[in-house]
Design a protein around this ligand. Structure first.
Ligand code: WT7
Length: 664
């Protein structure tokens, strides 16, 4: 959706209600029907319940310090260490139990089980090795790694020594890596030689090296030999200041490192995410608030217990993996699974095979994956025993009721509650969802806000809209897991998230409202249906991509004069990238040039941003003031009836473009 999309039309469909099965409610971690009221009456002290899930070195003084909004501080003066909370404290009871069950993509791979003792040992050795390389407290360590066990090991090692990590999704390009390392002044990189994709080894270090060549300061890199395990590698020689992970570990065998005492508000990690400008935003999360939030929501919403084998199919390169593969589950001492590959390799039943083999108890995945499963057919899950599953979850984008019901029936056998969890990189963890042991489910609607969370649907003036009407989602109170700022950019933090609905000159927290930039509607029962982004950000397969970022990649291709990017509906991806391109005089509008544009986007961002269609057009629809009317381009992409064209400087152009799109 575009920002002009003020009159969002709500999808008013008759909503069915599903009650959680009694068998689930009986054993649920949270089944107290009054919990929403209790938290309301006791806010913000209700969040002590989350803080109690952690072990503190020094107890905190105050739950919330809101004296300087929007720079809220939680659990002030408390100290703790995230790695000690995820590992050390579990060793007595869970030392021999699996912390991580890792499944490699190749089917004949030796999968890896890391018990809590083993993971603790590896994290200590890695922490010692990183320290010897010079990593000190508050130095940002970048990780550019696929789904291999060394990624969470490195993250927890950083947490142990108080060095914030910044994980860059392995599918991002070399340029994207360089931009993030430069922005965070990060002098250390942990990466690997390569990994497997659909059966073939894929080079990764070449891309990492290319990224490093774009970093404007000196760096040390640690390189994991992932492919060497199977005897294939790309014959890389490590450069100067590049260190072999295996050798470093051998040098530090048996080393132990005392977890560094961190202040509650100290940065645990940075995570870059797309916004409306070309520059990605470095979202800062803290040690106590974030960890308490992910632990609490993992317990209350995902219903995780230590004895579970919990499976989240996200990539740790995104926030879902940080919060709900690594930190939340490990803080609770459970077994968390990691799968390196794609769900359709070697066949379309790979996830179901893994769930059956490991007897996974929860599955947390994305609507885009569910739509793909649906398309492949129910015979794939039907061929496996999925009866170990107790709960299903989704995240990343709205789930349409049809996909919800398919998931409920064919994966959950109508026994497992589904939690449709709305949240963002910035919120650190879940914000709007049903509690599986308390609340009824309505397919297509995420549910009410979590207890203690104040979310509203408002109009452009910030007034609450009537049930059923579309408006904008706002969060009207701070929460422990919230981002604290954008790295090195407090101004942009205020401008991006608060300015829209807050009185930014006020010191009164009641005058501060967080704006997530999503459209939504709320029903009579307070259930929220999220309609999608209202800024120029696309959601492709549950991943956030800024249209400006893609546009600037396209105009960087020689021969392109101008470009506009919008989202077109896509049956599996949700949204697909549509690029409207004006070529420079003399540049042929050829297939070869299309391919160059696609390659330009892949080089600048990565394959996830690859345009589904590149549409050559002589002009773009513009208002008299010269603003591109993205909304009309979206209508064309989706073959919808055209919105208002009366404010256009060049109204004829839309018909011309539509002809091009339909003719292609
Ligand atoms: C955006 C955040 C949260 C981790 C994955 C994405 C959309 C997320 C839902 C949901 C409808 C959803 C929103 C949000 N979104 N969950 N359950 N229903 N929309 O993290 O990249 O920070 O993207 O994803 O538009 O703003 P992200």
């Amino acid at each position: 959706m575009s920002s002009e999309d003020v009159e969002l039309e709500a999808r008013l469909e008759e909503q069915e209600v599903f009650e959680p099965a009694a068998s689930f409610v009986e054993g649920a971690n949270v089944s107290d029907a009054d919990i929403h009221d209790e938290f309301e009456e006791n806010w913000p002290e209700c969040w002590e319940r989350a803080a109690e899930l952690l072990d503190w070195e020094e107890p905190y003084e105050q739950v919330l310090d809101d004296s300087n909004p929007p720079f809220y501080e939680w659990f002030t003066d408390g100290t703790l260490n995230a790695s000690a909370n995820c590992l050390d404290r579990h060793l007595d009871e869970r030392g021999d139990e699996a912390a991580i069950e890792w499944v490699g993509e190749p089917v004949d791979e030796d999968n890896v089980t890391l018990t809590y003792d083993e993971l603790h040992g590896k994290v200590n050795e890695t922490a010692a090795a990183l320290r010897d390389l010079g990593v000190g407290e508050d130095d940002v360590v970048t990780m550019y790694m696929p789904m291999i066990p060394e990624l969470p090991v490195a993250m927890l090692a950083c947490a142990r020594i108080g060095a914030p990590h910044s994980v860059v999704f392995a599918g991002f390009s070399a340029d994207a890596l360089a931009t993030r390392m430069n922005s965070a002044d990060s002098e250390y990189l942990v990466t690997c030689d390569g990994y497997y994709r659909r059966g073939d080894p894929l080079d990764h270090l070449d891309k990492a090296n290319e990224g490093l060549s774009g970093v404007d300061h000196d760096t040390d890199a640690v390189v994991v030999d992932r492919l060497g395990r199977n005897g294939d590698d790309f014959g890389h020689d490590l450069g100067e200041r590049q260190h072999d992970w295996g050798e470093l570990m051998a040098d530090h065998e048996g080393a132990t490192v005392e977890p560094v005492d961190r202040d509650a508000e100290d940065m645990l990690f940075l995570m870059y995410t797309s916004g409306t400008t070309g520059q990605p935003k470095g979202v800062k999360h803290t040690t106590a608030g974030y960890l308490a939030w992910t632990a609490w929501t993992s317990r209350a919403v995902l219903d995780i217990e230590p004895e579970d084998t919990y499976f989240c199919s996200a990539d740790i390169g995104w926030i879902t993996g940080h919060s709900y593969i690594v930190y939340g589950p490990l803080a609770l001492g459970t077994t968390t699974m990691m799968y390196e590959g794609t769900p359709d390799h070697p066949d379309r039943d790979r996830l179901w095979e893994i769930i059956e083999e490991y007897e996974a108890t929860q599955l947390y995945t994305a609507p885009t994956a569910i739509r793909a499963f649906m398309k492949w057919g129910e015979e794939y899950p039907a061929g496996h025993d999925l009866s170990s599953l107790r709960l299903l979850g989704t995240v990343g984008e709205p789930i349409n009721p049809r996909a919800w019901k398919w998931y409920y029936k064919h994966i959950g056998d109508e026994e497992c509650p589904i939690v449709d969890t709305w949240w963002q990189t910035e919120t650190g963890g879940m914000m709007v969802t049903t509690l599986p042991g308390v609340t009824d489910m309505k397919p297509g609607s995420a549910g009410p806000p979590l207890p203690g969370v104040d979310v509203q649907v408002v109009d452009t003036d910030g007034d609450e809209v009537e049930p059923g009407r579309a408006g904008y989602l706002t969060v009207n109170r701070p929460w422990p897991g919230m981002l604290r700022t954008l790295y090195d950019n407090d101004e942009r933090f205020i401008e991006e998230y608060w300015a829209e609905y807050s009185d930014i000159d006020s010191d009164d927290p009641d005058d501060w409202v967080y704006f997530p930039e999503d459209g939504a509607k709320i029903d009579e029962d307070g259930y929220i249906t999220v309609l999608g982004r209202v800024d120029d950000v696309l959601n492709v397969s549950g991943h956030r991509l800024g249209t400006m970022e893609i546009e600037s990649a396209i105009v960087g291709v020689e021969g392109v004069a101008e470009a506009a990017v919008v989202g077109g509906d896509h049956p599996v991806k949700g949204e697909a990238v549509y690029a409207y391109v004006i070529v420079e005089d003399g540049q042929a509008e050829s297939e070869a040039f299309r391919a160059e544009i696609v390659e330009g986007v892949e080089d600048a961002i990565g394959p996830i941003a690859r345009p589904e269609r590149v549409i050559f057009t002589p002009e773009l629809p513009k208002t008299r003031s010269g603003k591109i009317m993205r909304r009309l381009l979206e209508d064309i992409a989706n073959d919808d009836e055209l919105g208002n064209t009366s404010t256009l400087r060049n109204p004829d152009v839309v018909d011309d473009i539509r002809e091009v799109v339909q003719g292609d």
